[in-house]
Write a protein that binds this ligand. Structure first.
Ligand code: URA
Length: 193
């Protein structure tokens, strides 16, 4: 599995399939545990991810790590993290449909190789790709959906959204995320502990 993933990572590193290849510093393929049963799919690299070649290493990434840590999970031992798009769109704009289309094969290959049991669909860009019939993360979050290879998928808020919404009151995005991560951990424990 590790070898196969490394081959795709190498192919991705040299990818010239869309114009984002010209503006990127690094492709951002994945971080975390390659044989994980738990995969998180984010949106696209931002400034720091592009600089470092790793997903979720900026502010949003730090919050994501805290959210996982709150239920005893970490990217060092439990989670494989990747993005829908492997190159940073200029000024962090949303990826264009043709960029998503060009990049699709890499995410597809990651899921084909890993066959995770649980997939976390993080934010609207990932939602549009994984569950195109759903109408927005606010409605879809917190629910389990059937995913590829018999997996269970749950859409969750993107940590950048949580950074913009500071309230922890009942019903707030942060409060909802806390409910969701606990449900995810319950499912994880049922399957793997
Ligand atoms: N936001 C994402 O969706 N992915 C990253 O890697 C960083 C920020």
């Amino acid at each position: 599995m590790y070898e196969e993933l490394e081959q795709i990572r190498e192919k991705c590193k040299n990818c010239q399939k869309c114009p984002l290849a010209k503006s990127r510093t690094n492709t951002v393929f994945s971080d975390g545990v390659p044989n994980s049963n738990l995969v998180l799919i984010g949106e696209a690299p931002g400034y720091w991810e592009d600089q470092k070649g790793l997903p979720f290493v900026g502010k949003a990434g730090q919050l994501l790590d805290k959210i996982f840590a709150s239920v005893g999970l970490s990217r060092q031992k439990d989670v494989y993290i990747c993005n829908t798009i492997k190159c940073r769109p200029p000024e962090n704009r949303n990826p264009l449909p043709e960029e998503k289309e060009a990049c699709r094969e890499y995410l597809q290959a990651q899921l084909d190789i890993l066959k995770p049991k649980i997939i976390l669909v993080c934010g609207n860009i990932a939602l549009n790709t994984m569950l195109p019939n759903e109408r927005g993360i606010t409605r879809a979050r917190g629910k389990w959906f059937d995913g590829p290879y018999g997996s269970k998928m749950m859409p969750i808020f993107h940590p950048s959204y949580l950074l913009r919404n500071d309230s922890r009151e009942k019903g707030s995005p942060k409060w909802l995320m806390w409910q969701d991560i606990q449900e995810i951990k319950r499912e994880y424990d049922k399957l793997f502990v």
